[in-house]
Design a protein around this ligand. Structure first.
Ligand code: PEP
Ligand code: MN
Length: 338
Protein backbone atom coordinates (compact mmCIF):
# COMPACT_ATOMS: atom_id res chain seq x y z
CA UNK A 1 0.00 0.00 0.00
CA UNK A 2 1.08 3.59 -0.46
CA UNK A 3 0.26 6.37 1.93
CA UNK A 4 0.30 9.76 0.23
CA UNK A 5 0.95 12.53 2.75
CA UNK A 6 -0.74 15.91 2.55
CA UNK A 7 1.36 18.68 1.02
CA UNK A 8 1.50 20.49 4.34
CA UNK A 9 2.39 17.39 6.39
CA UNK A 10 5.34 17.99 8.71
CA UNK A 11 8.27 15.71 9.53
CA UNK A 12 6.47 14.84 12.76
CA UNK A 13 3.39 13.76 10.79
CA UNK A 14 5.57 11.54 8.59
CA UNK A 15 7.21 10.02 11.68
CA UNK A 16 3.75 9.38 13.14
CA UNK A 17 2.63 7.46 10.03
CA UNK A 18 5.92 5.53 9.95
CA UNK A 19 5.37 4.40 13.54
CA UNK A 20 1.82 3.32 12.84
CA UNK A 21 2.89 1.39 9.73
CA UNK A 22 5.61 -0.38 11.74
CA UNK A 23 3.07 -1.10 14.46
CA UNK A 24 0.91 -2.94 11.91
CA UNK A 25 3.92 -5.14 11.01
CA UNK A 26 4.77 -3.47 7.68
CA UNK A 27 8.10 -2.05 6.54
CA UNK A 28 7.79 1.65 5.74
CA UNK A 29 9.92 3.26 3.01
CA UNK A 30 9.71 7.00 2.56
CA UNK A 31 9.98 8.45 -0.93
CA UNK A 32 10.56 12.16 -0.79
CA UNK A 33 8.88 14.28 -3.43
CA UNK A 34 9.22 18.01 -4.07
CA UNK A 35 5.56 18.62 -3.14
CA UNK A 36 4.64 15.76 -0.87
CA UNK A 37 6.13 12.64 0.66
CA UNK A 38 4.86 9.17 0.01
CA UNK A 39 5.28 6.25 2.36
CA UNK A 40 5.26 2.75 0.88
CA UNK A 41 4.12 0.13 3.39
CA UNK A 42 5.71 -3.14 2.27
CA UNK A 43 4.56 -6.49 3.55
CA UNK A 44 1.71 -8.96 3.54
CA UNK A 45 -1.27 -7.26 1.92
CA UNK A 46 -3.85 -9.39 3.76
CA UNK A 47 -4.03 -6.99 6.67
CA UNK A 48 -4.39 -3.92 4.49
CA UNK A 49 -7.65 -2.70 6.05
CA UNK A 50 -5.67 -1.32 9.00
CA UNK A 51 -3.47 0.64 6.62
CA UNK A 52 -6.51 1.88 4.71
CA UNK A 53 -7.81 3.35 7.97
CA UNK A 54 -4.84 5.74 8.07
CA UNK A 55 -6.74 7.78 5.47
CA UNK A 56 -8.71 9.28 8.34
CA UNK A 57 -5.60 11.03 9.70
CA UNK A 58 -5.64 14.75 8.89
CA UNK A 59 -2.08 14.75 7.49
CA UNK A 60 -2.74 11.82 5.13
CA UNK A 61 -4.16 12.57 1.70
CA UNK A 62 -4.88 9.04 0.50
CA UNK A 63 -4.03 5.38 0.98
CA UNK A 64 -3.88 3.23 -2.17
CA UNK A 65 -2.88 -0.29 -3.07
CA UNK A 66 0.24 -0.72 -5.24
CA UNK A 67 -0.96 -2.90 -8.07
CA UNK A 68 2.40 -3.65 -9.71
CA UNK A 69 4.64 -6.42 -8.33
CA UNK A 70 7.51 -3.93 -8.12
CA UNK A 71 6.66 -1.28 -5.57
CA UNK A 72 9.37 1.26 -4.79
CA UNK A 73 10.44 1.69 -8.40
CA UNK A 74 6.87 1.99 -9.64
CA UNK A 75 5.31 5.21 -10.92
CA UNK A 76 2.31 4.38 -8.75
CA UNK A 77 4.45 5.10 -5.70
CA UNK A 78 6.40 8.05 -7.11
CA UNK A 79 5.17 9.90 -10.14
CA UNK A 80 8.05 12.35 -10.31
CA UNK A 81 11.11 11.29 -12.36
CA UNK A 82 14.12 10.30 -10.30
CA UNK A 83 17.25 12.23 -11.19
CA UNK A 84 20.45 10.42 -10.25
CA UNK A 85 23.28 12.81 -9.50
CA UNK A 86 26.77 11.48 -10.10
CA UNK A 87 29.23 14.10 -8.88
CA UNK A 88 27.16 16.83 -10.50
CA UNK A 89 26.29 14.90 -13.69
CA UNK A 90 22.52 14.46 -13.65
CA UNK A 91 20.87 11.42 -15.20
CA UNK A 92 17.11 11.64 -15.69
CA UNK A 93 16.77 15.41 -16.07
CA UNK A 94 16.53 17.53 -19.23
CA UNK A 95 20.10 16.91 -20.22
CA UNK A 96 21.13 13.60 -21.82
CA UNK A 97 24.17 12.02 -20.16
CA UNK A 98 26.68 10.26 -22.39
CA UNK A 99 28.94 7.62 -20.83
CA UNK A 100 31.76 6.58 -23.14
CA UNK A 101 35.02 4.71 -23.03
CA UNK A 102 36.56 1.35 -23.77
CA UNK A 103 34.92 -2.01 -23.15
CA UNK A 104 37.90 -3.06 -21.00
CA UNK A 105 40.56 -1.09 -19.21
CA UNK A 106 43.77 -2.31 -20.85
CA UNK A 107 46.55 0.15 -19.93
CA UNK A 108 47.04 3.66 -18.63
CA UNK A 109 47.88 4.93 -22.10
CA UNK A 110 44.78 3.36 -23.67
CA UNK A 111 42.44 4.60 -20.93
CA UNK A 112 43.87 8.10 -20.73
CA UNK A 113 43.91 8.66 -24.48
CA UNK A 114 40.35 7.43 -24.86
CA UNK A 115 39.15 9.42 -21.85
CA UNK A 116 40.66 12.69 -23.07
CA UNK A 117 39.10 12.14 -26.50
CA UNK A 118 35.60 11.29 -25.26
CA UNK A 119 35.65 14.20 -22.84
CA UNK A 120 36.64 16.60 -25.62
CA UNK A 121 33.72 15.26 -27.67
CA UNK A 122 31.26 15.98 -24.84
CA UNK A 123 30.92 12.72 -22.89
CA UNK A 124 30.46 13.40 -19.18
CA UNK A 125 31.06 9.94 -17.67
CA UNK A 126 33.92 7.54 -18.43
CA UNK A 127 33.19 3.83 -18.78
CA UNK A 128 35.64 0.94 -18.62
CA UNK A 129 35.50 -2.63 -17.36
CA UNK A 130 38.03 -3.95 -14.85
CA UNK A 131 36.11 -7.16 -14.10
CA UNK A 132 34.93 -8.57 -17.42
CA UNK A 133 32.11 -11.10 -17.85
CA UNK A 134 33.47 -13.11 -20.80
CA UNK A 135 31.74 -16.05 -22.44
CA UNK A 136 35.04 -17.94 -22.59
CA UNK A 137 37.22 -18.47 -19.52
CA UNK A 138 40.23 -18.19 -21.88
CA UNK A 139 39.35 -14.64 -22.99
CA UNK A 140 40.80 -11.56 -21.27
CA UNK A 141 39.11 -11.33 -17.84
CA UNK A 142 40.02 -7.73 -17.04
CA UNK A 143 42.76 -5.99 -15.05
CA UNK A 144 40.74 -6.26 -11.83
CA UNK A 145 42.03 -4.01 -9.01
CA UNK A 146 44.84 -2.61 -11.17
CA UNK A 147 42.15 -1.59 -13.67
CA UNK A 148 40.12 0.09 -10.92
CA UNK A 149 43.21 2.05 -9.89
CA UNK A 150 43.76 3.22 -13.45
CA UNK A 151 40.10 4.27 -13.71
CA UNK A 152 40.40 6.26 -10.47
CA UNK A 153 43.60 7.98 -11.59
CA UNK A 154 42.21 8.89 -14.99
CA UNK A 155 39.01 10.11 -13.36
CA UNK A 156 41.00 12.33 -11.01
CA UNK A 157 43.07 13.68 -13.91
CA UNK A 158 40.17 14.36 -16.26
CA UNK A 159 37.47 15.19 -13.71
CA UNK A 160 35.11 12.63 -15.29
CA UNK A 161 33.11 10.37 -12.96
CA UNK A 162 33.45 6.67 -13.79
CA UNK A 163 31.22 3.64 -14.22
CA UNK A 164 32.58 0.11 -13.98
CA UNK A 165 31.13 -3.35 -13.54
CA UNK A 166 31.01 -5.37 -10.35
CA UNK A 167 30.43 -9.09 -10.92
CA UNK A 168 30.65 -10.66 -7.52
CA UNK A 169 29.13 -9.84 -4.11
CA UNK A 170 32.60 -10.36 -2.57
CA UNK A 171 34.03 -7.55 -4.71
CA UNK A 172 31.34 -4.93 -4.08
CA UNK A 173 33.27 -3.14 -1.30
CA UNK A 174 36.38 -3.01 -3.46
CA UNK A 175 34.63 -1.66 -6.57
CA UNK A 176 32.59 0.77 -4.46
CA UNK A 177 35.80 2.25 -3.08
CA UNK A 178 37.11 3.19 -6.53
CA UNK A 179 34.11 3.92 -8.73
CA UNK A 180 31.33 6.51 -8.93
CA UNK A 181 28.68 4.21 -10.46
CA UNK A 182 28.61 0.43 -10.01
CA UNK A 183 27.45 -1.42 -13.10
CA UNK A 184 25.50 -4.68 -12.88
CA UNK A 185 26.02 -6.46 -16.19
CA UNK A 186 23.37 -8.14 -18.32
CA UNK A 187 24.43 -11.59 -17.14
CA UNK A 188 24.00 -10.67 -13.49
CA UNK A 189 20.60 -8.97 -13.72
CA UNK A 190 19.06 -11.76 -11.66
CA UNK A 191 21.99 -12.42 -9.36
CA UNK A 192 19.88 -11.57 -6.36
CA UNK A 193 22.68 -11.74 -3.78
CA UNK A 194 24.67 -9.25 -5.86
CA UNK A 195 21.63 -6.98 -6.19
CA UNK A 196 21.05 -7.04 -2.43
CA UNK A 197 24.70 -6.31 -1.75
CA UNK A 198 24.89 -3.27 -4.05
CA UNK A 199 21.56 -2.11 -2.62
CA UNK A 200 23.26 -1.79 0.78
CA UNK A 201 25.85 0.59 -0.68
CA UNK A 202 25.30 4.24 -1.38
CA UNK A 203 26.75 4.88 -4.84
CA UNK A 204 24.47 4.86 -7.91
CA UNK A 205 23.88 1.56 -9.70
CA UNK A 206 23.63 1.08 -13.46
CA UNK A 207 21.43 -1.97 -13.95
CA UNK A 208 21.64 -3.54 -17.39
CA UNK A 209 18.75 -5.52 -18.78
CA UNK A 210 19.50 -9.21 -19.16
CA UNK A 211 19.77 -11.03 -22.47
CA UNK A 212 16.35 -12.56 -21.91
CA UNK A 213 14.70 -10.69 -19.09
CA UNK A 214 11.29 -9.20 -19.58
CA UNK A 215 10.78 -5.58 -18.59
CA UNK A 216 8.83 -6.73 -15.54
CA UNK A 217 11.66 -9.05 -14.42
CA UNK A 218 14.16 -6.25 -14.96
CA UNK A 219 12.11 -3.88 -12.80
CA UNK A 220 11.83 -6.58 -10.13
CA UNK A 221 15.63 -6.66 -10.12
CA UNK A 222 15.69 -2.88 -9.66
CA UNK A 223 13.23 -3.40 -6.79
CA UNK A 224 15.79 -5.64 -5.04
CA UNK A 225 18.25 -2.73 -5.02
CA UNK A 226 15.69 -0.14 -3.90
CA UNK A 227 14.32 -2.42 -1.21
CA UNK A 228 17.78 -2.50 0.40
CA UNK A 229 17.80 1.29 0.59
CA UNK A 230 19.64 2.42 -2.54
CA UNK A 231 17.24 4.50 -4.68
CA UNK A 232 19.90 5.64 -7.15
CA UNK A 233 19.28 3.12 -9.91
CA UNK A 234 19.81 3.86 -13.61
CA UNK A 235 18.31 1.28 -15.97
CA UNK A 236 20.23 0.40 -19.13
CA UNK A 237 18.73 -1.35 -22.14
CA UNK A 238 21.53 -3.17 -24.02
CA UNK A 239 19.74 -5.45 -26.44
CA UNK A 240 17.96 -8.72 -25.95
CA UNK A 241 18.47 -12.10 -27.56
CA UNK A 242 16.16 -12.91 -30.44
CA UNK A 243 16.31 -15.17 -33.51
CA UNK A 244 18.01 -12.35 -35.47
CA UNK A 245 21.67 -12.97 -36.23
CA UNK A 246 22.54 -9.91 -38.31
CA UNK A 247 23.21 -7.93 -35.15
CA UNK A 248 24.77 -9.17 -31.89
CA UNK A 249 21.51 -8.56 -30.02
CA UNK A 250 18.19 -6.92 -30.87
CA UNK A 251 18.13 -3.44 -29.36
CA UNK A 252 14.73 -2.92 -27.78
CA UNK A 253 14.31 0.84 -28.10
CA UNK A 254 10.61 0.43 -27.33
CA UNK A 255 11.75 -0.36 -23.78
CA UNK A 256 12.33 3.39 -23.33
CA UNK A 257 8.71 4.61 -23.52
CA UNK A 258 7.43 1.42 -21.89
CA UNK A 259 9.79 1.69 -18.92
CA UNK A 260 9.16 5.42 -18.58
CA UNK A 261 5.48 4.70 -18.15
CA UNK A 262 6.10 2.09 -15.47
CA UNK A 263 8.89 3.54 -13.36
CA UNK A 264 10.27 6.88 -12.20
CA UNK A 265 13.86 5.61 -12.62
CA UNK A 266 15.99 6.97 -15.47
CA UNK A 267 16.71 4.74 -18.46
CA UNK A 268 19.70 4.89 -20.76
CA UNK A 269 20.62 2.87 -23.86
CA UNK A 270 23.80 0.99 -24.68
CA UNK A 271 23.71 0.75 -28.49
CA UNK A 272 27.21 -0.80 -28.65
CA UNK A 273 26.25 -4.12 -27.06
CA UNK A 274 22.80 -3.69 -28.57
CA UNK A 275 24.04 -4.10 -32.13
CA UNK A 276 27.63 -5.34 -31.84
CA UNK A 277 28.99 -3.46 -34.89
CA UNK A 278 30.30 0.11 -34.81
CA UNK A 279 28.65 0.81 -38.17
CA UNK A 280 25.17 0.71 -36.57
CA UNK A 281 25.96 2.47 -33.30
CA UNK A 282 25.30 5.98 -34.65
CA UNK A 283 21.83 5.23 -36.01
CA UNK A 284 20.78 3.46 -32.81
CA UNK A 285 22.17 6.26 -30.62
CA UNK A 286 20.14 8.87 -32.51
CA UNK A 287 17.03 6.71 -32.37
CA UNK A 288 17.52 6.21 -28.61
CA UNK A 289 17.72 9.93 -27.93
CA UNK A 290 14.69 10.55 -30.15
CA UNK A 291 12.78 7.87 -28.22
CA UNK A 292 13.40 9.67 -24.93
CA UNK A 293 16.38 7.85 -23.40
CA UNK A 294 18.01 9.77 -20.53
CA UNK A 295 21.48 8.83 -21.64
CA UNK A 296 23.72 6.59 -23.69
CA UNK A 297 26.59 4.25 -22.93
CA UNK A 298 28.88 3.99 -25.94
CA UNK A 299 32.06 1.97 -26.36
CA UNK A 300 34.92 4.05 -27.75
CA UNK A 301 38.50 2.81 -28.20
CA UNK A 302 41.50 4.80 -29.40
CA UNK A 303 42.58 1.74 -31.49
CA UNK A 304 39.58 -0.59 -31.89
CA UNK A 305 41.62 -3.01 -34.01
CA UNK A 306 43.86 -3.70 -30.99
CA UNK A 307 41.08 -3.85 -28.37
CA UNK A 308 41.19 -6.76 -25.90
CA UNK A 309 37.38 -6.99 -26.05
CA UNK A 310 34.53 -5.68 -28.21
CA UNK A 311 36.74 -3.97 -30.81
CA UNK A 312 34.20 -4.54 -33.63
CA UNK A 313 31.54 -2.51 -31.82
CA UNK A 314 33.84 0.28 -30.59
CA UNK A 315 33.86 3.67 -32.25
CA UNK A 316 37.07 5.53 -32.98
CA UNK A 317 37.26 8.88 -31.17
CA UNK A 318 36.75 10.91 -34.40
CA UNK A 319 33.56 9.01 -35.25
CA UNK A 320 32.32 9.40 -31.69
CA UNK A 321 32.96 13.13 -31.82
CA UNK A 322 30.97 13.49 -35.05
CA UNK A 323 28.15 11.43 -33.55
CA UNK A 324 28.02 13.70 -30.50
CA UNK A 325 27.38 16.69 -32.78
CA UNK A 326 24.54 14.86 -34.50
CA UNK A 327 23.09 13.78 -31.16
CA UNK A 328 23.03 17.40 -30.01
CA UNK A 329 20.70 18.23 -32.93
CA UNK A 330 18.41 15.30 -32.14
CA UNK A 331 18.30 16.30 -28.48
CA UNK A 332 17.47 19.90 -29.42
CA UNK A 333 14.65 18.71 -31.65
CA UNK A 334 12.92 17.10 -28.66
CA UNK A 335 13.60 19.95 -26.26
CA UNK A 336 16.55 18.36 -24.49
CA UNK A 337 20.28 19.00 -24.43
CA UNK A 338 23.46 16.95 -24.38
C1 PEP B 1 29.89 -4.04 -20.75
O1 PEP B 1 29.24 -3.00 -20.58
O2 PEP B 1 31.11 -4.05 -20.98
C2 PEP B 1 29.18 -5.33 -20.74
C3 PEP B 1 29.83 -6.47 -20.55
O3 PEP B 1 27.88 -5.21 -20.99
P1 PEP B 1 26.67 -6.27 -20.90
O4 PEP B 1 26.62 -6.71 -19.48
O5 PEP B 1 25.50 -5.45 -21.33
O6 PEP B 1 26.99 -7.39 -21.85
MN1 MN C 1 31.83 -4.54 -24.05
Amino acid sequence: MIIVMQEKATEKDVADVINRVKGFGYTPKVLEGTLRNVIAALGDARDKARLQALESLHHVESVMPILKPYKLCSREVKNENTIVDVKGVKIGGDSIAVMAGPCSVESEEQLMNTAVAVKAAGATILRGGAFKPRTSPYSFQGMEEDGLKLLRNVSNETGMPIVTEVMNPREVDLVHEYTDIMQIGARNVQNFSLLKEVGKHEKPILLKRGLSTTIEEWLMSAEYILSEGNNKVILCERGIRTFEKATRNTLDISAVPVVKGLTHLPIIIDPSHGVGYWQFVGAMSKASVAAGADGLMIEVHWKPEDAFSDGPQSLKPEKFSKLMDELASVARAIGRSI
